[in-house]
Every structure is written in structure tokens, then in C-alpha cells.
Design a protein around this ligand. Structure first.
Ligand code: GLY
Length: 572
């Protein structure tokens, strides 16, 4: 059996010995839990639970707080996905509030822009043409309307306070600012084009330091307007006008009618079994769920058939994991896009029969697109919420790259996303995350770009056993997959599951990435494997937030220590 022993040899080589006490990024409670990548946002959500709110109330308040405290990753200028479990009705709901492309976003426009950009900043990443119509607020409003118990204004209020009094800067924000400033150094024209971001959040080259308090009075204004007048201020009123103005000044073509036309979509969650567990996850326009299930199906067949000898060296486990990921990411590139515009073979890709076929074929030969630098995890934010009544929320939201497009909707201090880069805007060329994307994901008016976000809930005996998700572009998928397997396959504690070494393979480039130096024996084995597996020199992975549900009713919240989040629990 693919058991603890194998796993501990393979993945846990770098796991520190079990500590007597939990580290600060793990919190236990009997009353509920919020695990976000910002301690202040987790606290906001936990306080809403404490005041009698349900998991949806807490999720909305947490998300507004993240808009204040994680400007580098998420906010009103972005979009996201929510997967939730409604305990009373024993059903799942998946909401899609991903950005949509504006009416002017034609393929011809992006081909021309890309050709004209030369060595300058890529137009799908920087500036007005990078910006998709934000869906974040529409999503939160929809969650409030259908599932919350408290009025929107009450759920926005803690974020207004946080923006007015200031949030605590951490190392993650400081690193993100440095990364953005490096772009300003590379392309000095950005300083003129995107002066607002440079002068505000980037501190004119001297960003705030960890421990500093950073106030966001401009964003507080926008949040107050939303609390007082509702979401129309954002989609039809003064904030809409500010977004359109900012995008157009930055060279884009967004119109008021684009914002007015934004719609949240409900999607049918994807489901599959693995061992004695049921996995419920996000369907397209995220690729996350499809890739997760395709990979798990292959590994599940392997697990049923192969009696691994002890130790990774003699086993095929790392090879099977990498091969499964290559199949999934190859299919992502070929087949996936916006389900509203193309019929996607989701059923086939996530079927056991297809996994059998792939396992028998056992080969993917990547074309030679060359290797490309993956950006570090800066954009995107995931959080999980669970309440005492059994409701569970997994919500991943993003403005995509670090500070999105660098465009700020003034005077409201809202960083606007660069989600247009998640489309195929230049056929055959890798995007910001080094992903090759296909025809099904071609840019076009009103389409939603393919995502990797993977909010996921795992059931055991029809009850939630684990909820998780991640930030980190395509490494979201591999991070969710490995933490999930660490818990349900390898029986690791949350601490072990989070800190175990992680690998990532996305088909192209044909390299395996680790989050840190891989164990020497494993590196050697990969180098000598047939076909040989090139190990990237980049050391990166995603950032996972999770809650595990123990049989005795304990919620174990965990915020990946790679980013400095802290879970928080209601006091009662
Ligand atoms: N923008 C990152 C993702 O949606 O996967």
C-alpha cells in the first residue's frame, strides 16, 4: 500500500520532528475557524462568527478585510471563486465571480498590441489592456443575498475600520513591493504610466516595512460608499466611472456598459472519489478542479494496482505524480477555457476511464517551448471558513500578478487586476506563469479567462473532513493536491502536511520545481529516471490555507507558514 512509510521517505524528508505544541500558524477550536493569509483578515472573520454570523457572513467580512490588508494580491479590482457546503441542506454551491473580458477585448486587438509591444512591458500584464471587468464585489453581494444572515453594511464595516486605522505591513507585502519596484526599474516608462501605485503603496521607492501601520483612506472611501449605497456605486456609479477612467488612461478600452453587464455565474461543482474520500472542487472556468481530479484519478488507479516497495527509490511514486501532472497540465492547455463559450470535455478528463487510458499510455513528450521563469507567489489569496453549524466556505480570489496591472482606480485606491493575461493573448507563448494556453482559452469579448484556483472540500462518510485552497498561479493545483494527499493518503498532521517538501510540474516547461532543495536521494533518482527529469533551480510553491475537521469536533485551522497568515477562531 502507498503508505505512511513511503510517503515519509519521499515527501517528509524535510519535515521537522513533531513538535509538542502547535506552531502559531495552526489554531484549534471547537467553535469555528477562519484561515486566511492575513492575520487581521482571519480575526475579522472570527469576530463575525463570534457575533453570531454564519460562515458566509464571516467569509464576506474576511474578503473585504483582505481587500485592505493584501493589496498586492486581491481586492475589489479582482475576482474569484467560492465553493461552499450548506450543512442544513447537505449540498454544495459553486459561485464564479471571475473577471470577464470587456467588449473591446478581441483577439485581433491583443495580437496587434503584443506585436507592437516589442521589449516593452507586455500589454496583457501591465496597463489598461491587462484589466478584466472585476467580479469580486458582485460575488460577495451574491453570497450575502443568498446565504448570509447579516446586512452587507455590517460586513463591510470592519474593513472600513482597518483601512482607516491601518493594517500591519508584513514581509510578504514588503517583498511584493520590491518585486513591483524591480519592474519599475526594468521599464522606467512605468513610473510615468503608473505613478499612483508608485507614489502610494510602493512609497515612491521606499515601501513600508514589516511592523509599520499602513492606512488606506482612499479605499475606506470606496468601502463606505458601498456600505451606504450598495454595489451599484461600483458597477454603475462613481467607482465604475473611476475604473473606466483609469483603464482608458492606461491604454485600455473598458466602458461603463462592461461593468453594468457583469454577472456572477453559478456552476456545478466537480466531484470524484479517492480512497474512502469524496473530493468536491471548482469546475471551469477554473482549470483547478479538472487538473486536481485528473491527477487524483491517475494516482488512485496507481494506488489500487501497485504494491510499492518501501522507499521512494524503488517506487514509481514521484514519477507517477509527475507524469500525472504532465497529463493534467497538457489537457489544461489543450482543452480548457470558458464553459460559456465552448463545450469542454470536462466529463471525459475527470473520468476514471480516461485516467486508465493515460496510465496505459504512460508518455507525454513536451514540445520545446524553452524554459521560462515562474513568478513567485504574490498575487491571489485563499481563505477557508467553517462555522459551528457545519457550513464550510472555500474562497479563492485574485488580482492575478503583484498589484495586478499596476493601474489604480483613483480616487478610491483600488488596484485593478491583470487577469487578461490568463487568456491566450498570444498563441504559443507562455503567460506570466509560464503556462502555454490553447485555443479554448482564446481572448474574446465577455469571456472569462481560465484560472488555476482550486477551492476544494473533502468529505469522509458524507461529512467535511478537510477544506483547502491556495494561491500561487498554476502551483495552486499542485499545492492543493499534495497537501490533500498528505492528509488523506499519508495520514500526516496538518503541520506535517503543510511543511512537507512540495514539487510542481506543469507539462511545459519540462522541468520539476521544488519549494526548497529536494532531498538528495530524490534529486538523484529524478536525474537518473527514464526519461530523465530536469530539476528547475527555482524554489517555489503555492501558499495553502486549510481547515481539518477531526472526529471529536475539533477544527484545525492552518495557514501555510510560507506567507505569514494566521488562522483565528471565535472565542465562543
Ligand atoms: N490568476 C491566477 C489564476 O486564476 O489562476
Amino acid at each position: 500500500m502507498l503508505s505512511k512509510r513511503l510517503c515519509h521517505l519521499l515527501l517528509a524528508a524535510l519535515v521537522p520532528a513533531l513538535l509538542a505544541a502547535d506552531p502559531p500558524w495552526i489554531v484549534r477550536s471547537q467553535t469555528g475557524m477562519v484561515a486566511a493569509d492575513s492575520p487581521e483578515a482571519s480575526q475579522v472573520g472570527a469576530e463575525i462568527l463570534e457575533q453570531g454570523g454564519n460562515a458566509f457572513d464571516a467569509a464576506i467580512a474576511t474578503s473585504f478585510a483582505l481587500a485592505v490588508a493584501r493589496p498586492e494580491s486581491t481586492g475589489l479590482g479582482g475576482g474569484g471563486f467560492m465553493l461552499a457546503y450548506l450543512a442544513k441542506e447537505r449540498r454544495f454551491v459553486a459561485l464564479d465571480f471571475r473577471e470577464m473580458a470587456p467588449a473591446a477585448a478581441t483577439r485581433a486587438r491583443y495580437e496587434k498590441l503584443t506585436t507592437g509591444a516589442g521589449d516593452g512591458p507586455p500589454p496583457s500584464i501591465y496597463g489598461g489592456n491587462a484589466v478584466g471587468i472585476p467580479g469580486q464585489l458582485a460575488g460577495l453581494v451574491e453570497i450575502q443575498r443568498r446565504f448570509a444572515t447579516k446586512p452587507l453594511a455590517e460586513l463591510v464595516e470592519p474593513a472600513i475600520r482597518l483601512a482607516e486605522t491601518g493594517f500591519t505591513v508584513d514581509e510578504h507585502l514588503q517583498r511584493a513591493c520590491r518585486e513591483a519596484l524591480a519592474d519599475y526599474t526594468n521599464w522606467p516608462q512605468l513610473k510615468e504610466r503608473h505613478a499612483q501605485l508608485y507614489e502610494s503603496l510602493l512609497g515612491s521607492g521606499e515601501p513600508a516595512k514589516p511592523g509599520d501601520k499602513l492606512k488606506r483612506p482612499d479605499l475606506a472611501k470606496a468601502l463606505t460608499l458601498i456600505a451606504e449605497q450598495g454595489p451599484d456605486v461600483f458597477y454603475r456609479g462613481p467607482i465604475a466611472a473611476a475604473i473606466v477612467r483609469a483603464v482608458r488612461i492606461a491604454g485600455g478600452e473598458m466602458m461603463m456598459i462592461d461593468l453594468e453587464g457583469y454577472r456572477v455565474r453559478e456552476r456545478e461543482p466537480l466531484r470524484a472519489t479517492y480512497g474512502g474520500y469524496e473530493i468536491v472542487t471548482m469546475p471551469p472556468p477554473s482549470s483547478g478542479g479538472v487538473c486536481l481530479l485528473e491527477t487524483l484519478n491517475i494516482l488512485s488507479l496507481v494506488r489500487e494496482r501497485i504494491q510499492y516497495p518501501p522507499g521512494w527509490r524503488g517506487s514509481g511514486y514521484p514519477r507517477n505524480l509527475i507524469q500525472a501532472l504532465k497529463h493534467a497540465f497538457a489537457d489544461r492547455a489543450r482543452w480548457l477555457g470558458d464553459p460559456d463559450f465552448a463545450s469542454l470535455p470536462v466529463q471525459r478528463l475527470t473520468s476514471r476511464a480516461y485516467a486508465e487510458e493515460l496510465l496505459a499510455r504512460n508518455a507525454v513528450t513536451p514540445d520545446d517551448f524553452g524554459s521560462t521563469q515562474l513568478p513567485d507567489d504574490r498575487g491571489t489569496s485563499h481563505f477557508c471558513v467553517a462555522d459551528k453549524d457545519g457550513n464550510v466556505v472555500a474562497l479563492t480570489e485574485t488580482i492575478n500578478g503583484v498589484f495586478g496591472s499596476l493601474v489604480i482606480a483613483e480616487p478610491y485606491g483600488i488596484p485593478l487586476n491583470n487577469q487578461m493575461d490568463d487568456f491566450t493573448t498570444s498563441a504559443g507563448k507562455p503567460n506570466l506563469f509560464g503556462l502555454i494556453q490553447g485555443e479554448a482559452n482564446a481572448v474574446g469579448p465577455a469571456k472569462r479567462p481560465l484560472s488555476s484556483m482550486t477551492p476544494t472540500i473533502v468529505l469522509k462518510d458524507n461529512r467535511p473532513a478537510l477544506v483547502l485552497g491556495a494561491s500561487g498561479g498554476p502551483r495552486i493545483i499542485t499545492s492543493v493536491l499534495q497537501v490533500l494527499l498528505n492528509v488523506i493518503e499519508f495520514d500526516m498532521s496538518m503541520e506535517e502536511a503543510m511543511t512537507a517538501v512540495r514539487l510542481h510540474h506543469q507539462w511545459k516547461p519540462d522541468e520539476v520545481y521544488f519549494d526548497r532543495e529536494p532531498p538528495a536521494e530524490l534529486a538523484e533518482w529524478l536525474k537518473n529516471a527514464k526519461p530523465a527529469c530536469k530539476i528547475s533551480t527555482q524554489r517555489k510553491t503555492g501558499v495553502v490555507q486549510a481547515i481539518q475537521f477531526l472526529d471529536d469536533g475539533t477544527f484545525v485551522g492552518a495557514s501555510d507558514p510560507r506567507r505569514g497568515g494566521r488562522p483565528a477562531a471565535p472565542a465562543r
